[in-house]
Design a protein around this ligand. Structure first.
Ligand code: NAD
Length: 371
């Protein structure tokens, strides 16, 4: 971040930036609230050893804005927020530190809702919850939704179906070939779903044990980690790390669709243009991997967590993906931009409706009084 913080806040229209300091427990944290048109600013708490305070502020702001888009595109009524703690998650954590942060979050009175993220765990969320009710991601025993990876994988499958429909005129996975990168929490669920749907799957992971187990259990093929993206398949499904779509991998892709859970798949925005030029349908990561978030935040809806409602909403990722593909077709816009547009249009529509609601109303009694 260069120049003034207020310039940066103005450029992307942030609402709030909160600095939290408690020297008695060594807490230095930043809470960024981007846009609360759709609902309270929501996003996980990250703990990281930042090179500078400005780096930490920039990360909180960038991630909060990302959450605004993610919720808006997913049809969830939440705004974008993020909290970052400056510190080493391996050495600097304590109950007191998280409880202190919990009290800061509590002061915001529900304007910011948190959960776990890189460097924080469900255990840390329990400490926050001791001080504030504004914690979404919690263990099932604390009233949370529990593991979210199955819902994430189910959502990816729905998005993949919309892409298959677009490319092949059928959403069936029967006989379709899929290259699956990563067999972790989401990838292993993905594998089970794909095999169940009759897809021919080739897998890869840097963890040889996970590959061996997948091959033994499902009889799928396996290739070396550096070869998985270059398989000649219908779908490449990245479920490992970010940045997989880059200058090196893009010319090697031999698939028709990229649809997977990994966050930040495009190393740079221009790679979103390039993948379009290659004629490959790309399912924007933050849309297709929103299933876990939709599932997790269902407990904020009326009546608390309802698994059936949560999974119905996750299945709507298919409709969202279909809308993006329509924008791509009708307006000639690459899918990664179409996702941003969809999010921006939803926020603008809700903002306009709210403005209409906020107009002063003249009741019948007032009319009589003025007669
Ligand atoms: P995970 O850590 O459980 O699994 C990642 C897997 O990828 C591991 O098995 C790891 O060994 C493997 N891997 C790492 N580098 C690899 C490489 N070069 N080639 C092949 N395999 C490699 O993580 P996860 O929770 O399954 O998440 C996977 C991705 O999806 C991440 O990018 C994550 O940010 C994203 N995501 C996850 C969720 C969720 O519900 N867990 C939700 C949204 C997005």
């Amino acid at each position: 971040m260069r120049g003034s913080i207020f310039e940066y806040l103005e450029r992307y229209d942030y609402e709030n930036l909160v600095l939290c300091q408690d020297r008695s427990v060594g807490l230095k944290a930043i809470i960024a609230l981007h846009d609360t048109t759709l609902g309270p600013a929501t996003g996980g708490t990250r703990m990281w050893t930042y090179d500078s305070e400005l780096d930490a502020i920039e990360d909180a702001l960038r991630l909060a804005r990302g959450m605004t888009y993610k919720y808006a595109a997913a049809g969830v009524n939440l705004g974008g927020g993020k909290c970052v703690i400056i510190g080493d998650p391996k050495t600097d954590k304590s109950e007191a530190l998280f409880r202190s942060l919990g009290r800061f979050i509590d002061r915001l009175n529900g304007a910011y809702l948190t959960g776990e993220d890189v460097g924080t765990t469900l255990r840390d969320m329990e400490y926050l919850r001791m001080e504030t009710p504004y914690v979404v991601t919690l263990p099932a025993s604390w009233g949370g939704a529990g593991p979210i990876a199955p819902a994430t994988a189910f959502g990816v499958l729905q998005g993949m179906r919309a892409c298959l429909q677009e490319v092949f005129g059928s959403d069936s996975l029967q006989g379709r070939s899929v290259a699956l990168q990563g067999l972790g929490a989401v990838g292993s669920e993905m594998l089970a779903l794909l095999v169940e749907q009759g897809a021919r799957v080739v897998v890869s992971d840097i963890d040889a044990d996970k590959v061996r187990q997948a091959v033994e259990r499902y009889g799928v093929a396996a290739v070396a980690p550096e070869e998985i993206h270059a398989q000649e398949v219908d779908v490449f499904c990245p479920c490992a790390l970010g940045g997989i779509l880059n200058d090196t991998t893009l010319p090697q892709l031999r698939c028709k669709i990229v649809a997977g859970s990994a966050n930040n798949q495009l190393r740079e925005e221009r790679h979103g243009e390039q993948i379009e030029e290659l004629g490959i349908v790309y399912a924007p990561d933050y849309v297709i991997n929103a299933g876990g978030t939709i599932f997790d935040t269902d407990r904020l809806n009326p009546g608390g967590f309802n698994r059936e409602r949560a999974m119905t909403n996750v299945s709507r990722i298919r409709e969202t993906m279909a809308s993006l593909l329509k924008i791509r077709r009708d307006e000639g816009i690459p899918t990664y931009r179409a996702a941003d547009l969809l999010a921006e249009r939803r926020i603008a529509a809700v903002r306009a409706a709210k403005a209409l609601d906020a107009r002063p109303r003249v009741g019948v009694a007032d009319i009589w009084r003025h007669q």
